[in-house]
Design a binder for this molecule. Sequence first.
Ligand SMILES: C[S@@+](CC[C@H](N)C(=O)[O-])C[C@H]1O[C@@H](n2cnc3c(N)ncnc32)[C@H](O)[C@@H]1O
Length: 204
Amino acid sequence: MALRTRFIDNEVMQATTEGTSQFVLVGAGYDGRALRFRQPGARWFEVDHPATQPDKQRRMSAVAPDAGGITFVPVDLLRDDVGTALANAGHDASQPSLFICEGLFTYLPNAVVSSLCARLRAVAAPRSVLVASVLVVPESGGGIAQRFVNSLLAALGERRLGIFHPGTTESLLQSAGWTVSRRAASADYNASSRRLLLITAEAE
Ligand SMILES: C[S@@+](CC[C@H](N)C(=O)[O-])C[C@H]1O[C@@H](n2cnc3c(N)ncnc32)[C@H](O)[C@@H]1O
C-alpha cells in the first residue's frame, strides 16, 4: 500500500505541476485521494460501480459535506461506456487528464481492461497520463499462496477476473494507444511469486 500510494501521489503532484486539472479515479472505491488533493481549479471524477458508489458518497458527505470539485460517475465497467459517462459528467476530452486505475485491473477480465484503456485513450488529450497498479503473477500461476488468496477473496465476493503476467500490462497499454513511460515494482519480486507493478503511460 505504501508503495502504491507514494507512486500514485507522485503522479498526481507531477501532473498538477505540469498544469493538469482533471483527475479521474477509475474504480475509485474508498480512495480518499480526491479529498487529499482537491484544490481550486482542479476537477476530480470518481468512477465506480453504481451498486457501491452511493455508500462512498454517504460516508464522504459525513466527513466532508462540501465535496466541491468532486464529481461521482456511476459506471459498470463490464457494461457501460466510460467515455460517454465521463463526457456526460463534464469531463473535457480536449484538456489533459490524469487517469488513475489503482487496484482495479485484477477485478476485470483482460479484454475489458483492454477496451477500458482504449476508451480512456480516446478521451485523453495530448499530455494526458494513465497510472495503474497491477498485481502481476508469474506464468506458473503464482503458487498455492496466490490460489489461497484468490479463493478467500472470491468467498468474500471479490472475484479476481484479470490475469496479468510479466509484460501483459505493457503490451495491453501499448495496444490501447498509450506509451509506457515509468514503472516500479515491489521489492519482494522474484520469479516464482506475485509482485505489485506500478506503471505510468502517456498519451502523446
Ligand atoms: C480493490 S478496489 C480499489 C479501490 C481504490 N482504487 C483503491 O485503490 O483503494 C476495486 C474497485 O473497483 C471497482 N470495480 C470493480 N468492478 C467494477 C465494475 N465492473 N465497474 C465499476 N467499478 C468496478 C470496485 O467497486 C472497487 O471500488
